[in-house]
Design a protein around this ligand. Structure first.
Ligand SMILES: Nc1ncnc2c1ncn2[C@@H]1O[C@H](COP(=O)(O)OP(=O)(O)OP(=O)(O)O)[C@@H](O)[C@H]1O
Length: 292
């Protein structure tokens, strides 16, 4: 009898708003379905930040061909980091607050259906990005969106309602920042580098982004009067932000940004504080296999 190929599921027990019981049910369903498809399934729960990368790196070294990340965009990022430039493909089972990468790729938001896709789907090549030493797969950015990511991380409750409340509060306290972008001085409300088109929750910062074109979309929002905020928000969710006079986009392969002080950024929605005021962004074309 042929040896069954291994398939690994990495689960963040703290992701999103699903309960521990729901995650347990999901893991059991994964094991049952994988066995029915003649795989040898393994499940590992993360115990600390960065753990998903360690587990996924081990799976790559062992030649596992499918690794599922069951979590939010942070867990998917940590898992995908280790799979870059390998022949191990990523299965995405989105149970986070935003699920930007899954939404962009058209992966079902129903976890059971996403498991099915990850077990039965075919590997498709996509790009990834790097902002300094931090890999990203969906979006990374500076300015308002980074500020919101940092504020959101301080909240005890996850989920969309908390995110909306946090962003609304942050808006009134936030001042646009000065950036030196590829040698040009600019005051911007936000600056996004988009591999996928959206942050999550169908908030489309880069409506035309193509995740497999070997490029990133650099999206700049210039300062705007408070009365324009409603229209910009509507456009963000209506996938028409690129029609706003406050939005500007360029397709790039690399960019360099300087600011006046230590820098708050977000990487796939996770807050990061850089110890430098220099940011270098680049695309890694065709660097990840995703199961679709
Ligand atoms: N056992 C753990 N304890 C503490 N933190 C963890 C653990 N496992 C993973 N993490 C960290 O939790 C972070 C957030 O996880 P994840 O993105 O999956 O959930 P989320 O934040 O609820 O979802 P979203 O990103 O969609 O808001 C990850 O970047 C990871 O570093």
């Amino acid at each position: 009898m042929a040896t069954r190929s291994a398939v690994l599921a990495i689960v963040n027990p703290l992701s999103g708003t699903t309960s521990a019981q729901q995650k347990k049910v999901l893991q059991e369903a994964f094991v049952r379905r994988a066995e029915a498809l003649h795989y040898a399934p393994h499940v590992v729960q993360t115990t600390h930040p960065g753990h998903a990368t360690e587990i996924a790196a081990e799976a790559v070294a062992q030649g596992v061909t499918r690794v599922l990340a069951i979590g939010g965009d942070g867990t998917i990022n940590e898992t995908a980091q280790a799979l870059r430039r390998s022949s191990t493909a990523l299965g995405i089972v989105p149970i986070g607050s935003g699920n930007g990468l899954a939404r962009h790729l058209g992966i079902p938001l129903n976890p059971m259906q996403a498991i099915e896709r990850a077990l039965s789907g075919r590997p498709v090549v996509i790009d990834s990005g790097e902002i300094n030493e931090h890999p990203f797969f969906c979006t990374a950015g500076l300015g308002f969106e980074a500020y919101v990511a940092h504020e959101f991380a301080k909240q005890s409750v996850r989920g969309l309602p908390t995110y909306v409340r946090t962003a609304f509060r942050a808006f009134w306290g936030y001042k646009p920042q000065r950036f030196r972008l590829d040698g040009q001085e600019k005051e911007l409300f936000s600056l996004t580098f988009a591999n996928a088109g959206q942050f999550g929750n169908n908030a489309w910062m880069a409506p035309t982004a193509n995740i497999a074109d070997g490029r990133l979309e650099q999206c700049e929002i210039r300062p705007f009067p408070a009365q324009a905020a409603g229209m910009l928000t509507w456009r963000l969710f209506n996938k028409t932000l690129n029609q706003s006079a406050y939005w500007r986009g360029h397709s790039i392969t690399k960019a360099s940004v300087q600011t006046n002080g230590p820098l708050l950024i977000h990487v796939d929605g996770e807050p990061v504080t850089l110890a430098t005021n220099q940011v270098d962004v680049r695309v890694l074309p065709g660097s990840l296999l995703v199961l679709l």
